[in-house]
Design a protein around this ligand. Structure first.
Ligand code: HEC
Length: 212
């Protein structure tokens, strides 16, 4: 240790180092322990994290798999024991339309995914009015499911077959059909052709029609 220029040999800044350049002295100031802890800790964490997220076959770590699991559980809550492959035919759509429970599920799907274009009450914004007797793509009840699934992409109606499950599309197709004949707060002018009335909605029953 050389001259400390009147400074104590060791104080809270650490001890003076031995070298001197043009009269400038330097304290030995090691980075603190907590800093080392964070530095090394973050390296260790990154190795574990990368291993878990990119190499692990344990799918519970992947957000997409956790989401899929949650979605399956959610569908089960909404649709209970309904078969996953119910046909989108007229009888089944009418069966859904008769069910208050499923129509409130359909209203939820509609509010989340459709109302931004068709308005909350179906009166239409940049998507057509779904409450009048005129339709562009629909000729009969069963067409709703196809329009919803495939969309009319060039006209701005998205295809929902990748975003909504089969049952969600069934239930929202049936819900949209129940909007026909209702009175929206502000309805867009009718578009397309006037089509024949849908068959009457039957009494509500617990089981879907046979052959569904
Ligand atoms: C981004 C805007 C947009 C969203 C979101 C949207 N639609 Fe549409 N929809 C349209 C447009 C635009 C058309 C008209 C297509 C055409 O001109 O052929 C349409 C047409 C339809 C039709 C056919 C109407 C007819 O006259 O033939 C149905 C049924 C329908 N949408 C239901 C839905 C449902 C159900 C959802 C939600 C799952 C939905 N739409 C979400 C824009 C949208």
């Amino acid at each position: 240790m050389g001259d400390t220029n009147g400074l104590p040999e060791r104080d809270r800044y650490g001890s003076l180092l031995d070298h001197e350049y043009d009269g400038i002295r330097e304290y030995d100031n090691p980075t603190p322990g907590w800093w080392h802890f964070l530095f090394i800790g973050s390296i260790v964490f990154s190795v574990i994290y990368a291993g878990m997220m990119h190499l692990s076959t344990e799918s519970k770590w992947f957000p997409i798999d956790r989401w899929t699991k949650a979605k399956i559980e959610y569908d089960r809550l909404l649709f209970g024991d309904l078969p996953e492959n119910m046909e989108a035919n007229e009888a089944n759509l009418l069966w859904f339309m008769a069910s208050d429970g499923f129509m409130s599920v359909g209203a939820g799907v509609f509010a989340t995914n459709c109302a931004q274009c068709h308005a909350g009450d179906g009166g239409g914004i940049n998507g057509p009015n779904l409450t009048d007797d005129h339709y562009i793509n629909v000729k009969q009840l069963a067409d709703f499911y196809d329009v919803v699934s495939d969309g009319v992409v060039v006209k701005g109606m998205p295809a929902w077959d990748k975003r909504l499950s089969h049952n969600e599309r069934l239930v929202v197709a049936a819900y949209v059909a129940t909007l026909r004949g209702t009175t929206p707060a502000a309805g867009e002018a009718p578009k397309g052709d006037e089509i024949a009335a849908f068959p009457d909605v039957p009494e509500e029953t617990d089981e879907p029609p046979a052959g569904g």
